[in-house]
Design a protein around this ligand. Sequence first.
Ligand code: KG4
Ligand code: ZN
Length: 333
Amino acid sequence: MLILGIESSCDETAAAVLENGDKLRSNVVNTQINVHRKYGGVVPELASRKHVENIYPVVQEALDQAGVTLDQIDGLAVTQGPGLIGSLLVGLSFAKAVSFVKKIPYVGVDHLAGHLISSFLSKDKPGFPYICLVASGGHTNIFQVSDPVTYKLLGRSRDDAAGEAFDKVAKLLELGYPGGPVISERSATGNPRAIDFPRAWLEKDSLDFSFSGIKTAVANFVRLQKQKSEKLNIPDICASFQEAVVEILTEKTLRAARLQKTDNVVLAGGVAANPRLRENLVNKGTKEGCKVYVPPPDFCTDNAAMIALAGFYRFSTEKTLSLDMDVYSRTPQ
Ligand code: KG4
Ligand code: ZN
């Protein structure tokens, strides 16, 4: 079975061809980072316009790289939500048009379901059940995943997402957008213990997160340094901020594993590309007897391969979508 996956929920236009839920024939990602960089964040209207420009060439490239034509595609899997409404509509409308003209069935995929299954795209696949941390620019969630289509939310951010905190701190340090990659790069030469930024642990045993406090703490620190006319040590600030976020993400994820008595732990979402988080979760998790799976960074950040894979499982359990199906900006509760 050949599935064409399409992802357009935020600022990446992506398409991938997946064979039998296992063999990735192509995985094309067109990122709009250069369009949004000068604004310090994603501008929704610009994002949807770029998706309109990119969707056809990106899908065509995915088909070409896979060496197939649309006539050979058995099913379409498209991100239905959550995400930016205008951006999601481009992918969904494109999939509907292809489905209608070529008579190919299509399913809608929840973007988070894609991130949750993304570790199955690499060779080392986790067993079920597993705890999965999805940390991205829009979400910081901990799920218990029982099978490819069944998952339960255990914890979530009550305010900013982890990636959003990286982006906001990078903006106030004038390091550019997106913040995650540049902060992890600048952290390499910094001292993670130089500044004791606060860790929001919340209530005892809580699996929720809060990252708005640390962002404010960094802003206050920078303001005080400037008032004292002291030079900012950017590597130390980056490393100390990153360490605080990594400690919280690691501890809460392993806490979920302990509470749920689950040994398999999986990392997903854009922030999972952070080398310090990957290293810390593997080290601490292994010490606690967990098997920690960290997919290659290309499968952590937004891509259509994970959407095609989640769609593959949806096809086996669900009716395909009708043409009046709509997108959603938030996951329905
Ligand atoms: O999953 P993703 O590609 O898109 C969303 O669904 O949001 O995640 C993007 C987020 C951005 O906030 C970006 O700053 C963050 O992931 N990110 C990182 C790193 N690479 C990307 N955060 C920390 N360290 C990184 N190396
Ligand atoms: Zn994402």
